[in-house]
Design a binder for this molecule. Structure first.
Ligand code: NAD
Length: 356
């Protein structure tokens, strides 16, 4: 069943369409949205390997003038160095201002293609076709894009809304388990911070083999994200509640070398440990952390750090946060399942908040 949401920000209005099998209509949808225009589809080599044949078929059947630009999979393709290379390819293809970039992939592709669309020729049309759960429920909606500098992740970027987001939940079927579970951490986060019913439903069902289950979960997450970004499209207020688990999660990602934890896994541990600490501080209803733990286990996500981890050393990273140089940390906590709130503490107290 097709479900359509309209995102209405101060600057732009656009649709998020969710439908199983939507990918098989992509060529026709694009030709109706942008008749006579050219399309540069940016993807990564994994997605290309899985979907190129089907993409070719329907883009060509719809008679589109298009090109496919594929990057290596993974975070390294979000490097700022990638931007001039993408500009060169777009110039070779003679992409013009009214033409279209289609971001066809996970959050990495959404971010780098979004940044490119926002800046090439001062902005060309952007269509998001997310292929990971993470990108469907989070990265493709809201207009945030980014590129990584040697000094840090997402240090360059803009807010640039797509013209439409086209979600085909069937893409999750080819995701490796770990990538699927990574996305589930963000889904669980929505439940923890905003939606107790979503949390209960996740507990009760939701397995990827049940296509319709995941479709409705994706839709509910998109609905929550819509409501948040309509209130706060620039990430200064309520949208920061989406950072639940992320302050500690980023420290975990930085501390353990060689990608021991994926982003979602680090966030999962962050959500649980933060809730244990806030419960202990009397800021969270007793037993909430055990509900968080149960749901993480249910989705094969970690909730604790290896024994002996030096937490004090690990959270030193918050003091080096290049994006926020003040002494205070605006922590996101949950009062109970479904109700997030902000709690300010001094950065120097963060380690003791977590460990005492
Ligand atoms: P990703 O884009 O690296 O994708 C993960 C892996 O899955 C890659 O190897 C990719 O090739 C593969 N893949 C993608 N679709 C597939 C499919 N359908 N079948 C099989 N394999 C597939 O990672 P991600 O988790 O999607 O996104 C993470 C990125 O998103 C990070 O860079 C993060 O900063 C960014 N992000 C951005 C926002 C935002 O608001 N802009 C929000 C959250 C995350």
């Amino acid at each position: 069943m097709r479900q359509t949401l309209t995102i209405n920000t101060k600057l732009q209005k656009y649709k998020v369409v969710t439908e199983i099998g939507l990918f098989h209509k992509l060529g026709n949808i694009l030709s109706q949205l942008f008749p006579g225009r050219k399309f540069a589809v940016i993807t990564d080599d994994t997605v290309k390997g899985l979907y190129e044949e089907r993409l070719n078929k329907q883009m060509n059947e719809a008679g589109l003038q298009w090109t496919l630009i594929s990057l290596p999979p993974g975070e390294s393709s979000k490097s700022f160095d990638m931007i001039p290379k993408l500009y060169s390819k777009l110039l070779d293809f003679q992409l013009a201002r009214d033409d279209v970039i289609v971001a066809f992939g996970g959050g990495v592709i959404g971010d780098i293609a979004g940044f490119t669309a926002a800046t090439f020729l001062r902005g060309v049309n952007l269509i998001m076709v997310p292929t990971t759960l993470m990108a469907m429920v989070d990265a493709s909606i809201g207009g945030k894009n980014g590129a990584n500098l040697p000094e840090g992740k997402n240090m360059a970027g803009t807010f640039y809304q797509p013209k439409e987001v086209l979600i085909d939940p069937d893409f999750v079927r080819t995701l490796p388990d770990r990538v699927f579970e990574d996305g589930m951490a963000e889904v669980i986060k929505y439940g923890c911070v905003f939606d107790p019913d979503l949390f209960s439903d996740l507990m009760a069902k939701a397995k990827r083999s049940d296509g319709s289950g995941i479709e409705s979960i994706i839709y509910r997450c998109c609905l929550i994200k819509k409501q948040i970004i309509e209130l706060d499209s620039q990430d200064h207020g309520i949208a920061m509640l989406l950072n639940f688990g992320h302050t500690l999660g980023h420290c975990i990602e930085d501390y353990f070398p060689d990608g021991k934890y994926t982003h979602g896994e680090a966030v999962a541990i962050g959500m649980y440990m933060t809730t244990v600490a806030s419960e202990r501080a009397g800021l969270t209803v007793p037993n909430t952390s055990s509900l968080v733990k149960d749901i993480l286990i249910c989705y094969n996500l970690p909730y604790q750090l290896p024994e002996g981890t030096n937490i004090v050393e690990m959270v030193e990273a918050v003091k080096r946060d290049k994006k926020r140089r003040d002494d205070m940390l605006n922590l996101v906590l949950i009062e109970k399942i479904g109700k997030g709130f902000f709690h300010k503490i001094d950065k120097s107290e963060y380690a003791s908040f977590l460990t005492q």
